[in-house]
Design a binder for this molecule. Structure first.
Ligand code: FAD
Length: 465
């Protein structure tokens, strides 16, 4: 990983726009740059584009979409922006929040209309912190489908995606990017010149040293994102004098089936489920969000917890491929009674019965528990029960390069690197400096909305617009 003078490079080829990374951010940016009239090359280190995008549920939050209108859901960018800022306690840059909130809906409708991605809005449950049903996904509700469809769209648009090309070096001249150098699996090296470069190679979740430096509380946790995300965008940016922000910001998740390593949807909690520890006791306000719950779960004996829910909730969760996989893998325990559940999970039966009894009483009374979870309006749990043992994991990092309204990388001295853009996990997102600021969907929001903005600006620049 380095930044070197362009004079030291021997370019094998030239392309107006180069995009590093073929996850959601990179593929959306490439489509957008192409639409702006530029030829684009995407460089991807893996044999097949997947990224963290393929590991995700592929759900993108967007307000004011036609899918929401068809479902009678009232929502708009101002309301979405307020939810983002509220979750992150006002830490993110309000202008970036406003930009993403305004761009998300049009970006999804463009992907549907111009590239055939069949989005629909989830209406049967709501993620914590969202004041409207605004999560949009493709039919399987999987990120694999999202990245596959984006790749198909890029191929249909004639955008070359060069795989097994790990970018190592950015070549610069007079403060601007002139090209990139990349390594091939056989150890050979190539370089391509460009007029504009989009960094879409996500954050540093796959780098143990960077995680230990910036998110020490999750240094030993399972990393559930793409291992190829090694933080190069941030390291290149720092070497170029770029500003970074909120590097400690991240998305954790307190609901990964253990030891199966399968994501269990948070609908298990929002629809009325609770988490208990090995002693059959609750330990937190689970309703604050799954991101901050990662550290809470890891603090429990054995670093695990059990999510207790019921057959009705399992019916909702089954729309997610991950949940169906968890069922097939035997991760979901079924029990006719609380005592049966305790026996199957080797939890103290009396303690578990008392915990569930107290929760159901709070739901009936509309009360709030000692941790601050308000149970008013939360649906009751009813036998037969379902449960799953879970652990906490790091999903991805949310801090990164500071960008302007065109997704252009901002320098520490306040100027810009004129032809360098960042989107998705490479850019500082809108989640603030910790786990608790992550509002569900902030990851793909930045990938899709900022990817489109940055791609358009890079494409216009390279096409001379
Ligand atoms: C399990 C899980 C579930 C999630 N669920 C959701 C969700 O439902 N909604 C949501 O909004 N977010 C979710 N997220 C977060 C979301 O996946 C990410 O925020 C988003 O995918 C980031 O997109 P990206 O394009 O920036 O990065 P990625 O999809 O990770 O793509 C980056 C690409 O860059 C490549 N790359 C890296 N370095 C180089 C290099 N040097 N040279 C060439 N290529 C390189 C990588 O191989 C990778 O393909 C989830 C994350 C995880 C792990």
């Amino acid at each position: 990983m380095s930044v070197a003078p362009a004079a030291s490079a021997r370019f094998d080829a030239a392309m107006p726009v180069v995009v590093i990374g073929a996850g959601a951010a990179g593929l959306v940016a490439a489509l957008s740059a192409r639409e702006a009239g530029a030829e684009v090359l995407v460089l991807e280190r893996d044999p097949v584009p997947r990224g963290s995008t393929a590991l995700s549920a592929g759900l993108v939050p967007a307000p004011g979409t036609r899918w929401q209108r068809a479902a009678g859901i009232a929502d708009d960018p101002e309301r979405f922006a307020a939810d983002i800022l509220h979750k992150a306690a006002g830490e993110p840059d309000p202008s970036l929040v406003g930009l993403l909130a305004r761009q998300a809906g049009p970006a999804l409708e463009w992907l549907a209309d111009a590239h055939g991605l069949a989005f629909s809005v989830i209406t049967d449950f709501r993620y914590p912190g969202h004041s409207a049903h605004r999560m949009h996904g493709l039919p399987t509700r999987s990120g694999e489908e999202l990245v596959d469809r984006l790749r198909g769209a890029a191929e249909a648009a004639g955008i070359p995606i060069l795989c097994e090309a790990r970018v190592e070096t950015l070549f610069t001249e007079a403060g601007a990017i002139r090209g990139v150098g990349f390594a091939r699996p056989d150890g050979s090296r190539e370089a391509v010149a460009c007029e504009a470069l989009v960094l879409a190679c996500n954050g540093y979740g796959g780098s143990k040293p960077l995680v230990a430096a910036h998110v020490p509380e999750l240094a030993g946790a399972l990393y559930f994102g793409h291992p190829g995300n090694q933080g190069e965008a941030i390291l290149w940016g720092e070497a170029l004098g770029a500003a970074t922000r909120h590097l400690s910001g991240h998305q954790g998740h307190g609901s990964v089936a253990h030891p199966h390593g399968i994501l269990i949807t948070w609908a298990t909690i929002t629809e009325g489920g609770v988490q208990v520890n090995q002693e059959g006791l609750r330990f937190s306000d689970e309703s604050r969000g799954y991101s901050e719950q990662a550290a809470e779960v890891l603090r429990q004996p054995g670093g695990t917890a059990v999510t207790v829910f019921d057959a009705r909730i399992a019916g909702i969760a089954r729309q997610f491929e991950d949940f169906r996989r968890a069922e097939q893998a035997g991760a979901i325990v079924e029990a006719a009674t609380a005592a049966d559940l305790a026996a199957r999970l080797r939890l103290p039966a009396e303690a578990l019965a008392a915990t569930l009894g107290a929760v159901e009483a709070l739901k009936r009374e509309g009360g709030t528990d000692a941790f601050g979870r308000a149970f008013s309006g939360v649906p009751p749990l009813a036998p037969p029960y379902r449960a799953v043992r879970v652990t906490g994991a790091l999903f991805h990092t949310q801090g990164g390069l500071v960008v302007d309204g065109a997704a252009r990388v901002v320098r520490r001295d306040g100027g810009c690197v004129p032809n360098l853009f960042a989107a998705g996990g490479a850019a500082c997102g809108v989640s603030g400096s910790g786990a608790a600021g992550y509002l569900s969907g902030n990851g793909l929001l930045s990938a899709v909305a900022l990817g489109r903005v940055g791609g358009r600006a890079a494409g216009a620049m390279a096409a001379g617009g």
